[in-house]
Design a protein around this ligand. Structure first.
Ligand code: PMP
Length: 356
């Protein structure tokens, strides 16, 4: 066959993102909401989607949705931008603040997509690993930022996969120590009920990422948003795909956001179940559990990869991090429905008992 020349060199070491979805009875590997959008809201969505003109391009900036998000957060439209899931906005962050000759400070272990985006955009990556309990190594982070060469960094709160929060005083100290763009990724903030939103008024270098994928049960629809200073948001307008958020997704997101109070019960159920799963894992011999403020829990167990495989053989899919640096022998379970969590705990106990 006639051959094509090699792709861009920065792709050579990149593995395509693989959510490792394998068919299972209980899918608790991707931090999804165990409940779909309630049926009365689905009916309203059907009605709204019927009114969408499929032959017309969507509103590029999703202004109606932007206004709703802005109002709910006490901001103006210019301080909000909507994207095709948080993922698009993460990629756009690397396009806006990264690139050749620029530097991203990563704080691993954390969400792997950040590093991929930096690699794709030829951004230099420097790292300050977290402490063994996954808290930030603050002296090292501050020391690294003080060198002045970091262009952007991402603090994840709650962190994925460890579940711990960035403390408000730590966020402030980091924001004050640098003029780098500091993203606080709050994809899971609804499960922690804590946000750095109040800091936006003081720090132009703060940007907050949120998503409709978790608390609002819309992982399949792909809507995320950023809250930030107007001058920062303006940069994102330059790099985004003009129509990245399609008209159907905009319509769905508007209805869901209008009814956002009704998702509170689901969030409460997840928080309750998180407490239960945490207690049961803590009481399990051979398991070290990390406290979580998100809709997932990280735990460490000897022979984690085999445990993961045996759980899958028994119909329960969780996430295996045992091959990731700093996460040796770690597995992460999403908080599912009560029945899903019961099944997970039952099968885990069976797997561990069989190994004794
Ligand atoms: N940030 C973090 C920490 C995440 O875990 C995720 C989802 N896995 C995202 C952002 C992006 O989510 P989405 O693209 O579904 O909005």
């Amino acid at each position: 066959m006639h051959q094509v020349r090699p792709a861009a060199p920065q792709l050579a070491d990149i593995e395509p993102y693989d959510p490792k979805y394998l068919p299972a009875d209980v899918m608790i590997s991707a931090n999804e909401n165990p409940s779909d959008v309630p049926s009365d809201i689905r009916r309203e969505i059907d009605h709204e989607v019927r009114r969408v003109a499929f032959n017309r391009y969507p509103d590029p900036l999703a202004n109606e949705l932007r206004d709703m998000i802005a109002e709910a957060n006490g901001l103006s439209r210019d301080q909000v931008i909507v994207g095709n899931g948080g993922d698009e906005l993460l990629f756009n962050t690397a396009l806006c603040w990264g690139g050749p000759g620029r530097t991203f400070l990563n704080l691993p272990p954390t969400f792997s997509v950040y590093v991929n985006n930096a690699q794709l955009t030829n951004t230099r990556i420097v790292e300050v690993p977290r402490n063994p309990d996954f808290s930030l190594d603050m002296p090292a982070v501050l020391e690294r930022l003080e060198r002045g060469d970091v262009d952007f960094t991402i603090l994840t709160s709650p962190n994925n996969p460890s579940g711990d929060l960035v403390r408000l005083d730590e966020a402030k100290r980091i924001l004050e120590s640098t003029d780098a763009l500091v993203m606080i990724d709050e994809a899971y903030f609804e499960f922690s009920r804590q946000t750095v939103r109040p800091l936006l008024d003081q720090y132009e270098n703060l940007i907050i990422l949120r998503t409709f994928s978790k608390a609002f049960s819309l992982a399949g629809v792909r809507v995320g948003y950023l809250l930030g200073n107007e001058r920062v948001i303006d940069q994102y307008k330059k790099v985004r795909q003009p129509y990245s958020v399609d008209a159907v997704s905009q319509a769905i997101a508007r209805v869901v956001y209008r009814h956002r109070g009704e998702f509170e019960r689901g969030v409460e159920r997840i928080i309750e179940q998180r407490g239960r799963v945490f207690e049961e894992l803590s009481a399990t011999d051979g398991v070290e559990v990390f406290p979580s403020q998100a809709n997932y829990i990280l735990f460490r167990v000897d022979g984690a990869h085999e445990v993961w495989q045996q759980l899958l053989d028994r119909g329960v899919l969780i996430r295996d991090f045992s091959h990731s640096r700093g996460l040796e022998n770690c597995l992460r379970t999403s908080i599912g429905s009560e029945q899903e969590n019961t099944r997970f705990l039952t099968e885990l106990h069976a797997v561990l008992d069989a190994r004794r």
